[in-house]
Design a protein around this ligand. Structure first.
Ligand SMILES: NC(=O)c1ccc[n+]([C@@H]2O[C@H](COP(=O)([O-])OP(=O)(O)OC[C@H]3O[C@@H](n4cnc5c(N)ncnc54)[C@H](OP(=O)(O)O)[C@@H]3O)[C@@H](O)[C@H]2O)c1
Length: 285
């Protein structure tokens, strides 16, 4: 078994330790902690660029991080952001982290909310990646981390749009991984579990409170918010993202929080419905 897993190990890729490192959504939470980790890590010399929709409003800017404007909802903003990045030098690291946390019963999700979520959590990241890839490819090295969520692997009721967006970004990462490997580029998915970033207060919610789903929705939401407030720190997630970036054999998937080291192996030996039952039970359903 050990020999078998060794034979299928991810191949070695050229390492990255300098050049332009981009972290989207670097104004708070996981993105802020990742930008800080990239600036402070000994032995690397990245020019770290962090994105935010409004650089003037970053509450706690990290010295050494250059903040550039990016709104993933706006294709023009994406194009401008990538042009500015490329003016600074060759990108060697891209952490597609920015995201919206959306919740609501499938039946009640408005079309415009769905379209915005898919644009911000999926298409926007793919657009940024496509624009920066040619420079990375020409340089013959790079690392791209798509920040998904453990919910992309372990679906939760009343989060279908978010779950779908995170499963989609993992799909882009997994499938394009082999395409990019010959060019020295490591493509990875990172799935955080419950992380205490204050994301709960920024979550978008679409539900008819008095409707047929209202009661169960709020039961789930109370548990979800509680799990997040008791989650691990964003710094611990940043450590794993940094480990992924510096790994000379980048793996397809990294995960941390919510007992990830137990949940993934366990999910491979029990039927799918058992995992669904556990996740929903953990959220009061
Ligand atoms: N916290 C968790 O428990 C958890 C668990 C699993 C996965 N994740 C994922 O981890 C990532 C970071 O989450 P977090 O908890 O650190 O959240 P956060 O603290 O709310 O940070 C989200 C970041 O995304 C940016 N952002 C939001 N909407 C944007 C848009 N339309 N265009 C560009 N940037 C936008 C925000 O920047 P500005 O507001 O400054 O523009 C902010 O920097 C997300 O992809 C999230 O889905 C989080």
């Amino acid at each position: 078994m050990t020999k078998l897993s060794h034979a299928f190990r991810s191949p070695k890729l050229p390492s990255v330790s300098d050049g332009v490192a981009i972290v989207t959504g670097a104004s708070s939470g996981i993105g802020l902690a990742t930008a800080a980790a990239l600036v402070h890590h000994q032995g690397t010399n990245f020019h770290v660029i962090g994105s935010t929709r409004d650089p003037a409003k970053v509450i706690d800017p990290i010295p050494g991080v250059e903040y550039l404007q990016l709104d993933l909802e706006q294709p023009d903003s994406i194009a401008r952001f990538c042009e500015q990045v490329l003016e600074r030098g060759t990108p060697s690291v891209l952490v597609n982290n920015a995201g919206e946390s959306q919740s609501g019963p499938l039946e009640e999700l408005p079309r415009e909310a769905l379209e915005r979520l898919m644009q911000v959590n999926v298409i926007g990241h793919v657009d940024v990646t496509q624009r920066l890839l040619p420079a990375m490819r020409n340089a013959g090295r790079g690392r791209i981390v798509m920040v998904g969520s453990m919910l992309g692997s372990f679906p939760l009721a009343y989060r279908s749009s978010y779950v779908a967006s995170k499963a989609a970004i993992k799909g882009f990462a997994f499938a394009s991984r082999r395409e990019l490997r010959p060019f020295g580029i490591g493509m990875m998915a990172m799935e955080p579990g419950s992380i205490n970033t204050g994301l709960s207060s920024r979550r978008t919610k679409y539900v008819d409170e008095k409707g047929v789903y209202g009661r169960e929705f709020f039961t789930m939401l109370r548990k979800l918010d509680r799990n997040e407030s008791m989650g691990i720190t964003p710094e611990r997630v940043a450590d794993v993202i940094l480990e992924a970036i510096l790994d000379e054999r980048p793996k397809p998937l990294y995960a941390t929080g919510s007992a990830a080291s137990v949940a993934f192996p366990f999910s491979r030996i029990v039927p799918e419905e058992t995992m669904h039952w556990i996740i929903n039970k953990k959220h009061g359903l």
